[in-house]
Design a binder for this molecule. Sequence first.
Ligand code: NDP
Ligand code: 2IT
Length: 445
Amino acid sequence: MSYTHDVLEMSKKRNPAEPEFIQALAEVLETLDPVLEQHPEYQEAQILERLVEPERVVIFRVPWQGDDGTYHVNRGFRIQFNSALGPYKGGLRFHPTVNLGIMKFLAFEQIFKNSLTGLQIGGGKGGSDFDPKGKSDGEVMRFCQSFMTELSRHVGPDTDVPAGDIGVGGREIGYLFGQYKRLCNEFTGVLTGKGLNWGGSLVRPEATGYGAVYFAQEMLGGVGDSLDGKTAIVSGSGNVAQFTCQKLLQFGAKPVTLSDSSGYIHDPDGIDKEKLAWVMELKNIRRGRIKEYADEFKCEYIAGKRPWEVPGDAAFPSATQNEISKGEAETLIKNGCKVVAEGANMPTVPEGVDAFIKARVLFGPGKAANAGGVATSGLEMSQNAMRLPWSFEEVDEKLHGIMKGIYRSSADAAQRYHQAGNFVVGANIAGFMKVADAMIDQGLV
Ligand code: NDP
Ligand code: 2IT
């Protein structure tokens, strides 16, 4: 049996109730055999055993009070998984499904994603099973203040720098930052995704969606094609989905779907600039449901389903993990989908990924395709450290360059290990080697 197999089996025994974490581990470990054969020094240093164990896990109580005076208790998490390349970096997710296994899968993915960006950032993730849906601004603020009251002991601009993820956007980052500042008496870049007039970076809100589209454009460019004129199927309707649509429109593509956890809309005429502005107001200000789009623009709303049954040339899963099943991947392939760029983290089940690769669909895995968000967070950290902001054009150009770099290093690594065109293998290998080498350099820690 191989080294990767042994470590995966050990991890399954050690983490019996964490299926998403095991899924993320398997997806990485299964691609590393050729590297480990060529580099026995990794096994000698027990790199995999060390890599699959977080450096630190913090779990804490988050008590808060509702508007009606009732008391509530949620669970808070911060996984500080790997600091070989820099301070822990990764988002915070507020969603009722959050649990230890989901936090660990996200933090594990983040190690390789952050490595691929070429920036000095380690891997982390955090969040809570708090559900911001239906809560007032005051309730969200009190929750965030309570959450940060504990988290503040564990983070810092050179230690661990959280950001947003599902359920955590500009509003939540603001409340979290305010509380950190009050507790620690320092105005530092402890969080990214901050407001523009208090240390945030231009392009950070746009970055994940823009980056996913840049990555898709690079994959298509590699085979002499482009997004121009393509019909795109997009899931989700939050931060990543919105800016994916915006960049798709700029590249001449036509997004025709958006979704939320209740269902999806299909607008065959395309979600144009004006309709997208309406969606942003609906989701970011009014915090309504995507069904209202169908009422407003007179198109189809399909309740309780995901958009993958709609024919299209390109797919941008931008909602959550495991949102493309094997059957849905097969439907996309049958309908002629040529390119998939994962804006979400691990949105495709392993059998779906296999189906895409087998059908030679250009498949950009999350840790490569959605790295634009954290990369721009890294750029926000640089600007905070310099206390000097860059222009929109400067940040966007850097983001574009980083996405091209991730495409290149993933494509090269895949080619080097005789799997040309397989960006899953390429991204895992390229991301892994930098972390493994840094761990060896830094001794047994
Ligand atoms: P948002 O909270 O802004 O939006 C999330 C969207 O996904 C909403 O439309 C939401 O619908 C939908 N969604 C969430 N959970 C589920 C679910 N269980 N089933 C169906 N739909 C669901 O989050 P983001 O746009 O920031 O994040 C989307 C994805 O992108 C996540 O996987 C995240 O990890 C990933 N990502 C985000 C980055 C960022 O910078 N924000 C960076 C890299 C990756 P509803 O409102 O009904 O819950
Ligand atoms: O999954 C992710 O990469 C994020 N949610 C963004 C993390 C960050 O630190 O910007």
